[in-house]
Design a protein around this ligand. Structure first.
Ligand code: ZN
Length: 252
């Protein structure tokens, strides 16, 4: 029977040491560890404030009436503002700084990877890090947007065009998927973190991996076992706390 490869923190540390093109694919579990409730979970914004994601993130609904989206955004950015990146976010940023990790591909829209210092972040569902005017295409950063949503019901550009954060809405193409596919294909060690891999298109990415794949998640994962795949059912920060203690960079 084909099963997952066995692994542990020491093996992970050793593989990272031997790799030059580590890529991380991260999902909601990385952010819930930072204290951000899963949108759809019992304490998530969709439930506690009764936001309907089908309406909030629908591009046609947004163009007709952006108020529900901006009500959500005001709440969401208010929660994200108080969060700090976790040990796992910081560990990935540190690996990039050492030239070990080439990219973080994330399903999350909260920009916590950028906040931790990651530079090459491919946000496949987009995120709030940048926004654009739908009319003149002027760009605005997260700091500007966070201020604007507090000051106005709906933020507008100085040209009076509607501002839309670069979050991918239903009905919009997932533009960065080609970039995500390319970095995953070039990886020599893919870390799939805090994702059940049940959401497309992210679920397609591990099949493109150029090398071994390690999945760390609490709970079920929708990835068939193969000899070059290993799976750890663990708390991310506990696991990477152990890995970072064991990981000794090579002298160069
Ligand atoms: Zn404009």
């Amino acid at each position: 029977m084909v099963g997952y490869q066995t692994t542990d923190a020491a093996d992970c540390a050793e593989r990272i040491r031997a790799s030059n093109r580590v890529v991380a694919l991260t999902g909601a579990g990385v952010s819930t560890a930072a204290g951000l409730p899963d949108f759809r979970g019992p304490n998530g914004l969709y439930v506690t404030r009764r936001y309907d994601p089908e309406t909030v993130f629908d591009i046609d609904a947004f163009r007709r009436n952006p108020v529900p989206f901006y009500d959500f955004t005001r709440d969401f950015l208010g929660s994200v503002h108080t969060l700090q990146p976790t040990l796992t976010h910081r560990f990935l940023a540190d690996l990039e700084g050492r030239g070990k990790l080439t990219a973080v591909v994330t399903q999350n829209i909260d920009s916590l990877h950028q906040k931790a210092g990651s530079r090459n972040v491919v946000a496949i569902h987009g995120d709030y890090w940048t926004s654009h005017c739908l009319y003149c295409h002027a760009e605005f950063n997260l700091e500007y947007l966070a201020r604007a949503v507090v000051e106005e019901e709906v933020p507008h550009c100085p040209c009076s065009g509607l501002i839309k954060p670069d979050v991918v809405f239903f009905g919009e193409p997932v533009c960065s998927f080609d970039r995500a596919s390319a970095v995953v294909a070039e990886s020599d060690y893919l870390l799939v973190l805090g994702s059940s891999l049940n959401v497309y298109p992210a679920a397609l990415l591990p099949d493109l991996a150029g090398g071994d794949v390690l999945v760390v998640n609490q709970g079920e994962v929708g990835l068939p076992p193969l000899p070059h795949r290993s799976l750890v059912d663990a708390d991310l920060d506990e696991f990477f706390g152990e890995v970072s203690g064991l990981y000794k960079p090579t002298c160069s």
